[in-house]
Design a protein around this ligand. Structure first.
Ligand code: GLV
Ligand code: MG
Length: 346
């Protein structure tokens, strides 16, 4: 086992020291761009003004014959576009693919000082993170990268779910994790062809009462994994995200899937279609009425201790902490979105 004292040491001579804390950033949506398409790259400067993270996708959904063009297109985008405070991420190909090594080496060489996060797919265990961690340190040293590039794992294999806690704590480079419901469904042999969302047959049937019709309630297929991921991430001090929602025609179901994840502790989701950006903005920001109530709690318990009643509801040190979560997030949203700031009264 690596000694705790060594955990924050750079893994290569000349590499920047790993970060002790994650940068505080609003990351309501990670917007996927296929960088081999010139038309899509051309939209990047405008896109960067409307989303929190722009991600150049190199992995699944990019045709085999376009893998190299996607990598080159992403590098060009990184070199030419001013992303301002918007995050610049890439999803590289899986470590066992023919493209992963060139993805990492070419991208870090060309735009290592602009890249915030590498999203790593198909992570099975901490060994995958250790490999990328070491490789990144070597490349950062070689190319004089000043700030460590972070790693975001996709939780999308059964083995990865088994090892989720070890993945979350594998390196100080860990930024967070996203649930990948499509690959995870395949890996577990779940019987669905959907990308996220529910399934009409996954339900609980109310008890029988004679011949009366029985109500059936659809359940959330992703509840267990999302909750497990949120605990692993929160315990490790990194950020959990819901991943993709594939049915672009069903905005209501997308919103509901995003919202369930938000309520459970996730901070954002992937947006694969422009219509999902507004959904993510709406969902991953606290409700102004809840923020108003949270402010009442904090104002009535200035030192965060004791017990008071507000509108008939008991408040104490624990609800003060709950309120603080909402207010801190509202402040982060308000700093980026003045309209929301007004609605929060901040
Ligand atoms: C995402 O990559 C997924 O497999 O759902
Ligand atoms: Mg996947």
């Amino acid at each position: 086992m690596k000694l705790l004292r060594q955990f924050f040491q750079p893994l290569a001579i000349g590499a920047p020291a790993p970060m002790r804390d994650l940068p505080v950033r609003l990351e309501r949506m990670i917007h996927f761009v296929p960088p081999h398409m010139e038309k899509m790259r051309a939209k990047a400067p405008e896109l960067a003004k409307t989303v929190d993270v722009v991600l150049g996708n190199l992995e699944d959904a990019i045709p085999v014959e376009a893998k190299e063009a996607a990598r080159k297109g992403f590098i060009e985008m990184g070199q030419t576009v001013d992303f301002g405070p918007t995050g610049l991420w890439t999803r590289i190909n899986a470590l066992n693919s023919p493209w992963a090594l060139d993805d990492v080496t070419e991208i870090v060489a060309a735009i290592g000082n602009k890249l915030d996060v590498i999203m790593l797919p198909k992570v099975d265990g901490p060994w995958d993170i250790h490999y990328l961690d070491q490789l990144l340190a070597q490349l950062e040293a070689r190319h004089k990268v000043a700030r460590p590039i972070m790693i975001h794992a996709i939780l999308e294999t059964a083995q990865g779910v088994n090892n989720v806690e070890a993945i979350a704590t594998a390196s100080p480079r860990m930024h967070g994790m996203s649930l990948g419901p499509a690959d995870l469904a395949a890996s577990r042999a779940m019987k669905t062809t959907r990308v996220g969302g529910g399934h009409p047959e996954y339900k609980v049937l109310a008890d029988a009462h004679g011949d009366a019709p029985r109500a059936a309630y659809q359940q959330d297929l992703w509840h267990y994994t999302t909750a497990k991921m949120v605990d692993a991430c929160a315990a490790a001090g990194i950020k959990p995200f819901y991943g993709p929602f594939g049915d672009f025609s069903d905005a209501a179901a997308c919103e509901s899937q995003f919202r369930n994840s938000f309520l459970l502790g996730c901070v954002g989701a992937w947006t694969l279609h422009p219509s999902q950006i507004a959904i993510a903005k709406k969902v991953y920001a606290p409700d102004p009425a809840e923020v108003a109530f949270a402010r009442k709690i904090v104002e009535s318990m200035p030192d965060g201790a004791g017990a008071v009643m507000i509108d008939g509801k008991m408040q104490d040190d624990a609800t003060w902490k709950q309120a603080k979560v909402l207010i801190d997030l509202a402040k982060l949203v308000a700093a980026k979105d003045p309209d929301m700031g007004q609605r929060y009264g901040l």
